[in-house]
Design a protein around this ligand. Structure first.
Ligand code: COA
Ligand code: AMP
Length: 638
């Protein structure tokens, strides 16, 4: 039995998408109105709110100050790794952001310029994003767990005028010095920034480069002394708000572009319809501003809606224990909480009976949201049992900025089906297609695609690379956007997301490219060829495993080489890749035409029944791979 308005709302969207989004857009303050809600002739598949001008920072901050929320908390910083806790009201956050924007403008940043933000989870990271939005500059946040070469690639592609960074990040087991990584990345990049603004943190300070670097606190103090604040600069609704790099199938990341207008409309709509939140309520997303989840639901979504957002610098476990999440929920009155399933698996491993939960009053929590990777039914059921609230799995990706499929709390929950992120949201006509592009029957696996046009907020293109957008998403199924995920739908229209159709793996909710890791392994002087696959992991969902064939004549100790390979991936891609498994084999299984059978290797590593592929060149190799896996303690059989 259900009283959900979902079907009615979805039907209203289908009947008249422009009316639907035009109505949703009334929730946003526009500088000048649009000429067309949707222009099918603009961009690669049409553009939203063409002709309108607006400012995202104004809608996140100033409008709430003018609208009666000046003294309401906008952002709560909670950092168990430093012991710091701080609240910023909407008035205070607006003041901080306007001052930082003035500093950035003095450093040369104007509308349309790119700014890279390479920072840990401190309030200044969110302020930096909003200050860019205020100036009409385009930010690109780079996750702190990426190493210098990855940062360098993003610097080269985005061509930032300014980089905002900090002296260090704090992981439970170590302090991560950011400055050496920043310096190394700038040295590697050909497209060097004019300047850097560096936040010194007490835990570890750094030296600044004279001429290039400015001290954050000093620059802010100077601007304050001079009474400098920057106003919001109107931009076209279709102008980019940010570029967020995400893994593609090669080592070159994709620069996903987000616009201003459509992004605000969709995110604002999602806050009430999907997350069921009222303005003024507390929303906590335990992710990182380096990921799309952090962009949409630590920073932009909650602030657009006039909510209080929690910015948490800590982990689900170890900071200090598996009760950390419950503490934050109770202490800050969190109403809706969003994280990745892996975080719950980590808590479950440490505290299977959730004993620590008893120490906190989490009765204010209404809903738990999970995304970023497949939510396995065991984890969902465990979370439901311990918390006693609905657990909503929802599915989306960097490219979309908000849920493609969800169970919309604000419209009334539909029955939950474990293992499914439920149903398509308005704006998304989701189809499961076979290789020829025909819709498959319910229950049958296929490529999950979205009929064009994509709804507001979805990436209109890739930065500097329209051709790659076309090739990656639009070419294979004409008229559709290819999500890169495979799965099926049931008779009730629920989608089930089972795997990727490309070389992307999902490690602890982080999207990584196996192709990128293969490029790193192949660059080792002793490696002849290699294959990286994602193998199942009880906590992280998947972890990468690299199978390498050494060049003939290499007589060095194999274990030494494997250690070097692990170190190389950490150095080139970063610790976030969690690459710990390099396995030397004599040969890789291939088809007769020479294609490496990665699926077969993965299946062996996962211990699944593995059929011998009919196209395999030499079936005996499978036994060799199994032997190598057993030698690594991964006992598998063919
Ligand atoms: N800066 C520098 N290093 C970072 C980092 C950052 N911002 N974030 C992670 N790392 C490092 C970690 O310290 C770790 O390094 P190590 O190899 O020295 O231990 C490595 O990257 C892997 O990190 P992580 O994936 O976080 O694994 P973990 O074993 O430290 O923790 C979890 C496991 C489950 C607790 C953790 O992955 C987690 O909290 N996940 C939540 C998922 C999430 O937020 N996903 C975002 C999308 S919604
Ligand atoms: P990212 O772009 O980093 O957010 O990663 C997006 C990818 O993560 C998707 O294409 C899926 O492969 C996976 N993903 C995200 N959310 C879910 C979910 N709820 N269920 C299954 N897979 C998911």
């Amino acid at each position: 039995m259900t009283t959900s308005r979902y079907h009615e709302v979805y039907a209203a969207w289908r009947a008249d998408p422009e009316r639907f989004w035009g109505t949703a857009a009334r929730e946003i303050v526009w500088e000048t109105p649009w000429e067309k809600v949707f222009d099918p002739d603009a961009g690669l598949y049409g553009r939203w709110f063409v002709g309108a001008t607006c400012n995202t920072c104004y809608n996140c901050l100033d409008r709430h100050v003018h609208g009666g929320r000046a003294s309401q908390a906008a952002l709560i910083y909670d950092s168990p790794v430093t012991g710091a806790k701080k609240r910023f009201t909407y008035a205070e956050l607006t003041d901080e952001v306007a001052t930082l924007a003035a500093v950035m403008r003095r450093m040369g940043v104007e509308k349309g310029d790119r700014v890279i933000i390479y920072m840990p989870m401190v309030p200044e990271a969110a302020m930096a994003m909003l200050a860019c939005a205020r100036l009409g500059a385009i930010h690109s946040v780079v996750f702190g767990g990426f190493a210098a070469p990855e940062l360098a690639k993003r610097i080269d592609d985005a061509g930032p005028k300014l980089i905002l960074s900090a002296s260090c990040g704090i992981e439970p087991n170590r302090v991560v010095a950011y400055k050496p990584l920043l310096d190394a990345a700038i040295a590697m990049a050909t497209n060097k920034p004019q300047a850097c603004l560096v936040l010194q943190r007490e835990t570890l300070t750094c030296s600044l480069d004279e001429g290039r670097d400015r001290d954050w606190a000093e620059a802010i103090a100077d601007a304050r002394a001079a009474g400098e604040k920057a106003d919001c600069v109107p931009v076209a609704a279709t102008d980019p708000l940010y570029i967020l790099y995400t893994s593609g199938t090669t080592g070159k990341p994709k620069g996903v572009v987000r616009d201003n207008g459509g992004h605000m409309v969709a995110l604002k709509w999602s806050m009430s319809a999907i997350y069921g939140l009222e303005p003024g309520e507390v929303f906590w997303t335990a992710s990182d501003v380096g990921w799309v989840v952090g962009h949409s639901y630590i920073v932009y979504g909650p602030l657009l809606h006039g909510c209080t957002t929690v910015l948490y610098e800590g982990k689900p476990v170890g900071t200090p224990d598996a009760g950390a999440f419950w503490r934050v929920i109770s202490e800050h009155g969190v109403k809706a909480f969003f994280t990745a399933p892996t975080a719950f698996r980590a808590i479950k491993k440490e505290d299977p009976r959730a004993e620590l939960l008893k120490e906190y009053d989490t009765s204010g929590l209404r809903t738990l949201f999970l995304a970023g990777e497949r939510a396995d039914p065991d984890t969902v059921k465990w979370a439901e049992t311990i918390l006693g609230v609905p657990v909503v799995d929802h599915w989306w990706q960097t490219e979309t900025a908000w849920a493609i499929a969800a169970n919309p709390v604000g419209l009334g929950l539909l029955p939950v089906k474990h293992g499914s992120p439920s149903v398509p949201m308005p704006g998304y006509d989701v189809q499961v297609l076979d290789e020829a592009g025909h819709a498959v029957e319910p229950g049958k696996m296929g490529s999950i695609c979205i009929r064009l046009p994509l709804p507001p907020a979805c990436a209109p293109t890739l930065w500097n690379d329209e051709a790659r957008y076309l090739a990656s998403y639009l070419r294979d199924f004409p008229g559709y956007y290819r999500t890169g995920d495979a799965g099926h739908r049931d008779e009730d229209g629920y989608v089930f997301i089972m795997s990727r159709t490309d070389d992307i793996i999902n490690v602890a909710g982080h999207r990584l490219s196996t192709g990128g890791m293969e490029e790193v392994l192949a660059s080792h002087p002793d490696v002849a060829e290699c294959a990286v696959v994602g193998v199942a992991d009880a906590m992280k969902g998947q972890v990468p495993a690299g199978f390498v064939v050494l060049k003939s004549g290499v007589t060095r100790d194999v274990e030494e080489i494997e250690k070097e390979l692990v170190a190389l991936v950490r150095e080139r891609i970063g610790p976030v890749a969690a690459f710990r498994l390099a396995i030397t084999v004599d040969r890789l299984p291939k088809t007769r035409s020479g294609k490496i059978l990665r699926g077969t290797i993965r299946s062996l590593a996962d211990g699944q029944e593995t059929a011998v592929p009919p196209t395999i060149d030499d079936p005996a190799i499978l036994d060799e791979i199994s032997t190598a896996l057993r030698a690594k303690g991964l006992a598998r059989s063919v």
